[in-house]
Design a protein around this ligand. Sequence first.
Ligand SMILES: CC(C)(COP(=O)(O)OP(=O)(O)OC[C@H]1O[C@@H](n2cnc3c(N)ncnc32)[C@H](O)[C@@H]1OP(=O)(O)O)[C@@H](O)C(=O)NCCC(=O)NCCS
Length: 321
Amino acid sequence: MRPTPASSGASTLFSSLDIRLATADDLDALSWLTTHNLRPYLAGSATSAASSDTSCNLVAWIDDVPAGLLLSRQDPERPWTQEVLSLMVTPLFRRQGLARALLQALSKRMQPLGRRDISTSWSDRLPQLDSLRALLSSEGWQQPEQSRLRMSFNIGEREDALRAFQPLIAAARRRGLRSFALAEAGADAPGRIASAATFFTRAGSLPAWATPAPWLERCDPVMSQLLLDGEGRLCGWLLCEHQPAFHRWAIPIGWCATGPGHMLLAMEAALAALEQHAGSGATVILQPSERNGHKVCTLLDRHFRPYALWADRLVVSRKPI
Ligand SMILES: CC(C)(COP(=O)(O)OP(=O)(O)OC[C@H]1O[C@@H](n2cnc3c(N)ncnc32)[C@H](O)[C@@H]1OP(=O)(O)O)[C@@H](O)C(=O)NCCC(=O)NCCS
């Protein structure tokens, strides 16, 4: 099928363009318009009533052909932001204004829900990087910024990846440091973390971005760790998240370290817990944000990239709506 030009004045070249929410009935037709790891997300949000306030997945139909798909969700850390997770137009229909029309339709739907901006992040290794950058720039999005280093590992590599750090981990153990899974630390553990965070923030040892409240609700208790010092006092934590829609665990989503070797000890315990729980084929994603410090990203990049299945940097842009 070839595109049929529309009459002038339409926002795209197509007279028969119809942009609608994705439904459960569309799933088979849409699966090739998104990546493998987002298909479970699309299926989940198209079939769950609970996600109707947070997800907005739009399909651009040309007659009965799904020509473009935009997947988005409310950003869990910035509830006033709708985050575009994926935007794909089938090659035959590119450069006809479909992506622009999908983004504009999303903005229109999100304004009445109180969203103040839309955002998207992408890999600096995206094959169609130039097209996306040109699209966002032509639509008035902000200048893209590097936001995260991202590395994916097979949990079975954990011992090799941590081998060089064993002397530091052993030294932390000798000082009496212990790491416990949140699941084993008692029902009051989240409350203890919250009050320790208040204390550390007042003492100036926990920056504002590291406040654990937003992550405590969604962290995985089997993998997330609490650190206790030689006197049994809570002195740090490492919070991890299970992301079933992407078939992976993110480590860490939040952390606090008050001494040398703390994070390495907690990381070792978290990875061992995950291997026991999910098997050696489980996928872990390590994605420190640039706002946690460029130095941290550079260090992790240098030490762990050799063991990664893949690595890239995420770039982010947003647009007020
Ligand atoms: C990026 C993508 C979604 C753009 O879709 P599209 O429907 O072709 O984009 P549009 O036709 O709406 O383009 C709107 C504007 O963006 C710019 N643009 C888009 N693609 C461009 C390209 N290849 N070269 C230069 N400018 C481009 C142009 O300014 C264009 O306006 P114009 O045609 O009037 O000059 C599409 O190329 C795609 O699906 N790529 C693969 C998936 C992907 O990388 N998605 C993004 C990350 S999830």
